[in-house]
Design a binder for this molecule. Structure first.
Ligand code: CA
Length: 259
């Protein structure tokens, strides 16, 4: 059985959908350890992925400016920059692709600041290659198969990975997407903090209290750029909710948009 075949089998074994987009995915790796880089690229190509690599943060930003890959693997300890700063720079540029951090240090603070920098998952070196592939699959699957959710004029669109209101849209990172989609699935209802953390970050990840609030703040900024988008409201002692827009609000909004 070839590699792709065995991946499909693995997908069946996990009870996943067979719409297998993972094998066509493009992955860009930034890692300064040449041996590690070469091994990663070779291994991922054998899995049927389009893998490419660069050695510095500057090279990564340059490469992404010419086209965003489906997923990025970022080593935190780079010669010219901290991988978390590179991640933040990418997010500031509107890059919404999933980001997995590699870190040699397994200190807890590093993992936490990886999430607050806009990363979606992390692996601590040394790791088993099969573990890396499983994480990548999970990130790509989550990025590609979520249903579209709507609240009033706001659409949380999994295809473009964006919050969309009419002609306006703002790109979302995978973590932002999952948070917003969860809130939008139950408009007007308070969603508990632990439920939001559970849906947004990988299972078992230790997420700092204020990381969730930082992500909500980012989502609020993005929604505020979209005319007519509902607001995310803090429910003290509980969590957050996305406001349920009433029909009257919608009518006046569409009237104002038509003008
Ligand atoms: Ca390194």
């Amino acid at each position: 059985m070839d590699r792709v075949g065995s991946l499909e089998l693995a997908a069946h074994a996990h009870g996943l959908h067979t719409a297998w987009t993972v094998t066509q995915a493009s992955i860009l790796i930034v890692e300064d350890d040449l041996e590690m880089r070469t091994l990663l690229v070779r291994g991922l190509r054998e899995e049927g992925l389009h893998a490419e690599s660069v050695g510095t943060g500057a090279q990564l930003l340059e490469r992404v400016a010419n086209g965003t890959p489906d997923l990025l693997i970022i080593d935190i300890g780079l010669p010219d920059a901290d991988g978390r700063d590179v991640c933040q720079a990418l997010r500031a540029q509107g890059v919404g692709a999933p980001i997995l951090f590699l870190t040699a240090r397994d200190a807890l603070p590093d993992r936490l600041s990886g999430f607050s920098a806009g990363g979606d998952d992390y692996l601590t070196k040394p790791f088993a290659f099969a573990e890396l592939v499983a994480r990548l699959e999970a990130l790509l699957r989550r990025a590609g198969t979520e249903p579209s959710v709507e609240v009033g004029v706001l659409r949380v669109d999994p295809r473009s990975h964006a919050a969309v209101c009419g002609a306006a849209s703002r790109a979302l990172t995978p973590t932002e997407f999952r948070l917003l989609a969860r809130l939008a699935a139950a408009p007007g209802e308070a969603v508990r903090r632990h439920a939001l953390v559970e849906v947004a970050w990988p299972h078992g990840a230790f997420v700092q209290e204020n990381t969730l609030d930082a992500y909500i703040a980012r989502l609020r900024r993005k929604l505020s750029d979209l005319p007519g988008a509902p607001e995310i409201v803090t429910v003290h002692g509980v969590g957050y909710l996305i406001e349920l827009l009433c029909c009257q609000g919608l009518a006046s909004l569409s009237a104002s948009m038509a003008r």
